[in-house]
Design a protein around this ligand. Structure first.
Ligand SMILES: [Fe+2]
Ligand SMILES: [Fe+2]
Length: 187
């Protein structure tokens, strides 16, 4: 009897570990940040904020509040304390990462203020408001690029090297436990 050879789908799936999932989220975030950068570039070139630019900026603020900050919260709740217990807070990247989260939260506050000022001035010249928003926006985008790279290349590697399989598993459970069910960051 002739057997028809059909490529079988792989029946087992390698579970994505918690750190790979965080890195995947970074990749999604980079797309959002690229859109923000494009809106800023356009406003700087035309010296005018179009309705579409404002929509994109509103969307960027929503992204920071609803996607980026919950990601920070999960890293702070589960990854950083676990790593701190292993490698310490100082002289490690743990305090650097925590500091950078605070810095991004502060800058996003400036972006929100800048966007409110821009919206208020759109009836007349609003060059200064565009420049101010661009300054904070570009800083945030570049800072986050560097932050994600630092996490992927260094922090996550440290975690892989120092956490036991049990700790990695607990980390995965923590990171995937319904982030939206958690309250806002206490900061
Ligand atoms: Fe982070
Ligand atoms: Fe991250």
């Amino acid at each position: 009897m002739r057997t028809l050879l059909v490529a079988q789908p792989i029946r087992w799936v390698v579970p994505m570990d918690a750190l790979t999932q965080l890195a995947q989220e970074h990749a999604d975030f980079i797309e959002k940040l690229t859109e923000l950068e494009a809106a800023l570039d356009e406003m700087m070139a035309t010296r005018e904020a179009s309705d579409e630019d404002v929509e994109l900026l509103d969307e960027a603020v929503r992204f920071f509040d609803e996607e980026l900050f919950p990601h920070f919260d999960r890293e702070e709740a589960f990854l950083l304390p676990t790593l701190e217990a292993k490698v310490g807070l100082y002289g490690s990247l743990v305090n650097v990462i925590a500091y950078e989260h605070a810095e991004v939260r502060r800058e996003v506050g400036k972006i929100k203020e800048g966007l409110a000022a821009l919206k208020a001035k759109r009836g007349g010249p609003h060059d200064k408001e565009i420049e101010e928003l661009n300054r904070h926006g570009v800083f945030t985008v570049q800072f986050l690029w560097d932050h994600f790279r630092k996490e992927k290349m260094s922090l996550f590697e440290t975690a892989r090297e120092t956490l036991s399989p049990g700790e990695m598993e607990a980390l995965g459970r923590g990171l995937t436990s319904s982030p939206s069910a958690r309250g806002p960051s206490p900061r």
